[in-house]
Design a protein around this ligand. Structure first.
Ligand code: TXA
Ligand code: MG
Length: 339
């Protein structure tokens, strides 16, 4: 079915309208503080199936369930370890997803066939209001077509989802710009399956043992089981060929000058990175926070500008920079030039 996709604002009337769509088993584009999501009733098999269809998402890649209050947790997970409660207290509402044992009421289509489920409580007021008005937890993956960069504006969602879903709520530019940090729990330890705005350093304030899964920085072996199905798939890829160039600003400039073609675009931290070279470029900014905020829009813009090759400066691998690096290496298909 082709929809005339409606762009809604964040007024109470619009949220009410979106909530009615959710109650009728439809899918709505929802702003969050990380990226936009494609939201539907997490308990409704048919509604969740529509999410997978709209995105073209593989059925074994599970969805995150979004809640607006801790009271909803009991109907989503079957067990809440003490450490999870401490994380919820410290970081919810906010960009943290916890993988926990699934409650039998959550259908397997939502959990991608797994006995665990990812849960998070978003802080964006429109997301909170939509969950509350809908009266159910909302399953929501990022609102991009599978494999494309995640959407950080309503216009990005429209570009990917026009005619595939009935409505998108425009909540402005997403603050974080990268998806939530995804964590799993050991006995008394935390494993980061996907880095995000809640950093390893922040998690260490709650638990002394925080490990980064090898799939975060390295290509996973597709013949072996992975900690998080999302690690298996090519991600965040613009049409352009992305190459990460790791080294100082001087080394970056030297590399770009020697490998330049007519369709090259650079992702840089600062105007000075390109010296006197006058070529298409997009600024990511200096801090990990700025780079995270700008990255996905930059990847989409690179395609719009017709770039065939993108040379990207290599982000720091600490703090929020780790999340930026994790998304960028996937966009680059793990092509990193070390100088
Ligand atoms: O910030 C976010 O998390 C955004 C907004 C919309 O909330 N959502 C998002 O969803 O990024 P998605 O579906 O694009 O990414 C969810 C990631 C995937 O890599 C998936 O494999 C992983 O979380 N995941 C979900 N449930 C899991 C589970 N039970 N076990 C392991 N990994 C899981
Ligand atoms: Mg995604």
């Amino acid at each position: 079915m082709a929809f005339e996709t409606e762009l809604l604002d964040c007024s109470p009337e619009s949220i009410e309208k979106a909530a009615e769509l959710i109650k009728h088993g439809e899918v709505v584009g929802m702003p969050t503080e990380t990226v936009y999501g494609l939201a539907a009733n997490a308990y409704d098999n048919e509604a969740v199936a529509k999410i997978f269809k709209a995105k073209g998402r593989p059925a074994d890649n599970p969805l995150i369930v979004h809640i607006s209050g801790l009271s909803q947790l009991g109907g989503i997970v079957s067990e809440i370890p003490q450490l999870a409660l401490s994380c919820a207290k410290a970081f919810w509402s906010g960009p943290l997803t916890m993988i926990l044992p699934k409650h039998p009421d959550i259908p397997y289509i939502t959990s991608g066939g797994l006995d665990t489920v990812g849960v998070r409580m978003p802080s964006h007021p429109a997301a909170k209001a939509l969950i509350e008005k809908s009266g159910v937890p909302l399953a929501a993956p990022s609102a991009n077509l599978s494999g494309s960069p995640s959407p950080t504006t309503a216009a990005h969602v429209m570009a990917d989802m026009r005619s595939r879903i009935p409505a998108v709520i425009d909540g402005g530019e997403c603050e974080a710009g990268v998806e939530s940090t995804v964590i799993a729990f050991g006995q008394n330890s935390i494993r980061i399956l996907r880095p995000g705005r809640i950093t390893r350093e922040m998690l260490l304030t709650v638990c002394p043992d925080v490990e980064i899964d090898s799939g975060v920085l390295h290509e996973v072996d597709n013949s072996r089981p992975v900690a998080s199905p999302g690690m298996k798939y090519k991600h965040y890829s613009p049409a352009a060929d992305v190459i990460i160039v790791s080294g100082s600003a001087e080394q970056f400039l030297y590399y770009v000058k020697n490998n330049l073609t007519d369709d090259t675009l650079c992702l840089i931290f600062d105007e000075s990175d390109l010296g006197d070279l006058d070529i298409p470029h997009i600024l990511l900014g200096h801090s990990g926070e700025q780079q995270a905020h700008n990255l996905f829009a930059a990847l989409r813009d690179a395609d719009k500008l017709g770039a065939k090759t993108v040379f990207a400066r290599c982000p720091e691998r600490t703090g929020v920079g780790l999340a930026v690096y994790n998304r960028l290496i996937r966009a680059a298909g793990f092509k990193v030039v070390e100088l």
